[in-house]
Design a protein around this ligand. Structure first.
Ligand code: NAP
Ligand code: F7E
Length: 327
């Protein structure tokens, strides 16, 4: 019998990488997608796995749809990756962000408790729950939580609810506290992909300038393809627990810009980059750097792709994607 997994957020960045990983392990993969007039299968297509997914329609804000899906599918593993995941917009759409990222998790946990209580549950938690709690040092599972955005606050509710179902009902629920992870499948709004897309366009003569909110903030960037393995490993342990997943190194947005322009041989990149305050956030998280020792020791997980390899991979993918537009 094939193992079964349900992935919410199947059309996003992480969903397709996780689906690919599980399919290679022989899983039957169900993907929850919302109702769209024109669904975008682009990221699944990129990995060539669209036809391998069993799609189920539902929405994290629609409790009854989750009840129906869990009742019908009874997956052995549920990976909750669906979210309003863009921090920058979470102030403007704070109610929606809360409904999806906080209440959606409660609905899903309730559905599992009622109809498939032995399903193992992975919650996509985030380094954003730490906020600026440790400005210059490493963050781990014991660092204080001080979220700085409606996104981080909603995710902190979900973090605690995930633990509460474990403690109250003995369910197998885990939080993966993942630091930033990127890839050629990253949404174009996020800073890394915004940069690599712009660098490729500038190199190909399709764009003049790249406008950013700041060059100073620092993130612990890893490769999404590496991080989905940690999600899987959490659900294979004997006991449920929460884990930080990070590369352990941090770089500024400036470092990322510099590395990306370096890939296309442009050294005077300051001439192509400008600050636009419209991309600044009402409250910023300045410095993120994770300590993934627990995941390394317990899950035997380690990131493989380095920062330089990640930037190169993303710039090269954008160059390839844009090449047909060059006359
Ligand atoms: P993403 O690319 O934004 O994908 C999120 C997915 O959630 C999208 O496919 C989206 O559907 C879906 N979604 C949004 N609202 C929904 C709703 N109401 N019901 C059902 N699905 C909904 O995010 P990602 O980068 O893959 O991240 C995956 C998860 O990890 C997210 O929960 C994110 O918050 C969390 N996380 C990400 C990072 C990171 O660095 N990438 C780090 C820590 C935690 P549409 O395709 O229809 O928009
Ligand atoms: O911003 C700065 C911005 O939007 C990174 C999500 O996956 O990771 C992600 O959240 C940094 C911030 O990601 C621009 O202010 C400067 O300091 O790429 P981002 P994020 O906010 O770190 C966490 C772990 C998640 O959980 C989230 O789901 O870059 N920045 N100028 C900019 N950011 C954007 N987007 N656009 C700019 O123009």
């Amino acid at each position: 019998m094939k193992k079964t997994a349900l992935i919410t957020g199947i059309l996003g960045q992480d969903g397709p990488y996780l689906a690919q990983f599980l399919l290679e392990k022989g899983y039957k993969v169900y993907g929850l997608m919302r109702r769209y007039s024109n669904p975008n299968y682009g990221n699944l297509e990129y990995l060539g796995i669209t036809k391998d997914i069993d799609f189920v329609e539902g929405d994290l804000t629609d409790e009854s749809s989750l009840y129906t899906i869990i009742k019908n599918v009874r997956p052995q593993e549920v990976y909750n990756l669906g979210a309003q995941s863009f921090v920058g917009q979470s102030w403007e759409i704070s109610k929606l962000t809360t409904e999806v990222n906080a209440l959606g998790v409660l609905y899903l946990l309730n559905a599992i408790k009622q109809f498939s209580p032995t399903s193992k549950f992975y919650q996509a938690s985030t380094s954003e729950i730490f906020g600026n709690s440790n400005v210059d040092g490493f963050l781990d599972e014991n660092s204080p939580f001080k979220p700085r955005s409606p996104y981080g606050i909603a995710k902190l509710y979900a973090y605690w609810m995930t633990i509460n179902f474990r403690e109250s009902y003995g369910m197998f629920t885990c939080n993966g506290i993942l630091f930033n992870h990127e890839s050629p499948l990253r949404g174009i709004q996020f800073v890394t992909r915004k940069i690599t897309d712009a660098v490729a366009r500038i190199k190909l003569g399709l764009q003049d300038k790249l406008y950013l909110g700041t060059l100073d903030t620092k993130r612990d960037w890893g490769f999404a393809g590496d991080y989905v393995e940690a999600m899987y490993l959490m659900l294979q342990q004997e006991n449920p627990d929460d884990y930080v997943v990070a590369s352990g190194s941090t770089h500024s947005v400036r470092d990322f810009v510099d590395a990306a322009f370096n890939v296309v041989g442009i050294s005077d990149w300051e001439n192509y980059v400008a600050i636009d305050p419209q991309h600044k956030r009402p409250a910023e998280v300045f410095h993120l750097q994770g300590n993934a020792k627990k995941a390394e020791e317990t899950l035997n997980w380690k990131p493989r792709v380095t920062f330089e390899e990640l930037v190169t991979m993303m710039v090269e993918a954008d160059l390839k994607r844009l090449q047909p537009q060059v006359k």
